[in-house]
Design a protein. Structure first.
Length: 168
């Protein structure tokens, strides 16, 4: 059903169960509706693409877009030559709140510019990032952060290693 959201990206959704994406190469899509995770977990998000704007959603494209109460556990995003990379969205004009990203021992997010665990560029409220991995799990060149690469964070916490060159 998560895949069907791309056919109606401006509607409102709520998770009713945990979802295992099974490390299949996920194709992000633009989303302008509301997703309430209701505390459920989307696990094993894997993305290996040579495009900007990578995450569960490529972009939260509307100021009325909302993602809340969602946990993503087990993230592998390999977009080492690309920009705007985050587990929930590559970029957000909307609201991301009360979300968690949990890195397992083999998790990572790799990109070039505007790389964050939650969102590459955009603002985030009340989110948490935890890593069970040893070493750096979020890497990029410029504008790299534990929550967002380029944006505001309000009441967020990061327990993960981040590496970059400028604006880290």
């Amino acid at each position: 059903h998560l895949l069907l959201m791309q056919n109606y990206p401006d509607k409102n959704y709520a998770l009713a169960n945990n979802i295992n994406l099974d490390n299949i190469n996920w194709k992000p899509f633009e989303f302008s509706g509301t997703l309430d995770g209701k505390g459920f977990i989307i696990s094993n998000l894997y993305i290996k693409r040579n495009d900007d704007y990578q995450g569960l959603f490529s972009k939260l494209e509307s100021s009325s877009s909302v993602v809340k109460n969602l946990t993503i556990k087990g993230v592998k995003i390999d977009a080492a030559s690309n920009n705007n990379i985050g587990a929930i969205a590559g970029s957000s004009s909307g609201s991301i709140s009360n979300c968690k990203v949990i890195f397992l021992s083999d998790s990572y997010i790799k990109g070039t510019n505007m790389i964050g665990a939650v969102v590459g560029s955009g603002s985030v409220q009340n989110c948490e990032v935890k890593s069970q991995a040893a070493g750096t799990v979020i890497t990029g060149n410029d504008y790299v952060g534990g929550i967002t690469g380029d944006g505001d964070c309000d009441n967020c916490h990061v327990y993960a290693d981040v590496a970059g060159n400028d604006y880290v």
